[in-house]
Design a protein around this ligand. Structure first.
Ligand code: EPU
Length: 428
């Protein structure tokens, strides 16, 4: 198992590029199952979650190449196997993305029921409610979700749950509804940019979808979809992490391919802390602008609550908390999407942070400095928060089990080294 060794206290300086989005790529890849024609995806990052999805799609009869140039070519050549096995699903929950496409194209799918994970229970009831509404018979068989339908029929479907909508649930139901007969209306659809990217690609494939990016999606079913050549949107969570990395080291960094327009809530909170991110080029194309990040010497404390998009993203909560440990006063962080997503709190405390948790809320009482320590977290974003803390702490921080980071950040240590961090990957 690899670890990162970080010699903290270096200001980040220079230019770094944001990769294509992991969370957009996964449902886009699964959508290859909806057509027999070839599909090309561009800017797909090399990550372990992407590798897992490649393996799963190959098992499901899809030929795939993923080049060093981040271009992925895909084509389904065999539709015999529609079973996403437990061994695959337990390594990556997002395997559930194949459920809707398989059901729509092959009339049947078996996907092992994802278990709980480090950030909470994560049920899939809303996904299944959507499939049932479209006319599928849903059963549970030996730990597998089995969905089956001779024909899918459009329906009105409500996808709101106790914590808001569901991102992958919306992707799944939309991917099934594009080939259903008639009109589907999804109420309380997720508005995340990754859902919009999927809707854009499905539309280029011949689907008829309106309302993407709003809570009401309207889908007119079509008979078949064709191939497509599509560029994946930039990763807003990686961009936000890099912005906070610049801020926590009091750095001065240019971030290319930064999807600033999808980071409104994050920038609102960062501005309140004293962090600025100004577009410096391509202002005409905010999806792919370069931003110049700077921060005040004194970081202001703030209150923040995670929410579905366009609210503050849960996937940036741990990184923001790392930054707030050094603010001048008390901050409040409330987690409304995954109320147990606080694995970083105890680890930050090992570095001298003062965090007091009560249920879904953590009060972060800013300290003057963090101290280096060996730390570890069993979640991707929690680990990213610890890397940021390590870059700010004087001394040597070791972040263990970085395979969590490799699931969602492409060559993070190389990118950070490129802008002045002293960070190395070591084998344990
Ligand atoms: N929920 C239900 N029932 C469902 C589905 C979800 O109650 O059927 C609940 C969840 O337990 C949670 C809330 O609804 O409380 C939102 O979950 P959602 O379904 O939106 O999460 P997801 O689609 O499984 C994606 C991202 C996550 C990100 C969340 C929220 C991917 C592959 N994953 O998960 O990303 O945190 O949306 O924005 O897109 C990450 O990248 O580190 C990550 C965890």
């Amino acid at each position: 198992m690899d670890a990162f060794v970080i010699h903290g206290g270096k200001r980040l300086k220079g230019t770094v590029r944001v990769s294509g989005s992991k969370n957009a790529s996964l449902p886009l890849m699964a959508a290859a199952l909806l057509t027999e024609e070839p599909m090309t995806l561009r800017d797909v990052p090399h990550l372990s979650d992407i590798g897992n999805m490649v393996s799963l799609l190959r098992e499901l009869g899809c030929e795939i190449e993923h080049g060093d140039d981040h271009v992925m070519t895909m084509r389904v050549t065999d539709e015999m196997n529609s079973h996403a096995r437990y061994d695959v699903v337990r390594t990556m929950r997002a395997s559930i993305c194949v459920l809707g496409p398989l059901l729509a194209k092959r009339g049947e799918a078996k996907v092992s029921m994802p278990g709980g994970c480090a950030i909470g229970d994560r049920p899939v009831d809303l996904h299944l409610r959507g499939m049932e509404a479209l006319g599928a018979e849903v059963t549970l068989d030996g730990g597998d979700i089995h969905v089956k339908a001779k024909k899918l029929r459009g329906a009105r479907i409500f996808l709101g749950g106790p914590f808001g909508s569901t991102v992958l649930g919306t992707a799944n139901v939309m991917s099934a509804a594009v080939l259903a007969e008639g009109t589907t209306v999804i109420e309380q659809a997720a508005c995340e940019p990754e859902v919009v990217d999927l809707a854009d690609m499905l539309t280029s494939m011949g689907a008829n979808i309106s309302g993407a990016g709003t809570p009401r999606l309207i889908i007119e079913g079509v008979k078949e979809l064709k191939g497509v050549d599509h560029r994946v949107i930039a990763d807003r969570i990686e961009a936000g992490t890099l912005i906070m990395g610049a801020a926590i080291t009091n750095g001065d960094v240019k971030i290319e391919n930064c999807p600033l327009d999808t980071l409104t809530a994050a920038m609102d909170r960062l501005n309140a802390i004293g962090v600025t991110a100004e577009p410096v080029e391509h202002a005409d194309n905010p999806m792919r602008c370069t931003v110049s990040v700077g921060s005040a010497r004194r970081l202001e404390p703030i209150s923040v609550t995670t929410q579905p998009h366009p609210g503050f993203p849960t996937d940036l909560q741990a990184q923001l908390m790392a930054l707030l440990t050094l603010a001048d006063g008390n901050s409040m962080v409330t987690e409304k999407i995954f109320p147990e997503r606080f694995l970083h709190v105890a680890e930050l405390a090992r570095m001298g942070a003062k965090c007091y948790r009560q249920g879904p809320t953590v009060m972060v009482s800013g300290v003057k400095k963090l101290t280096a320590a060996p730390v570890m977290a069993s979640d991707l974003r929690a680990s990213a928060g610890l890397v940021l803390a390590g870059m700010a702490a004087k001394g040597v921080t070791k972040v263990n089990r970085v395979y969590h980071l490799d699931r969602g950040y492409e060559r993070l240590e190389e990118k950070l080294r490129g802008i002045g961090a002293e960070i190395e990957r070591v084998a344990e």
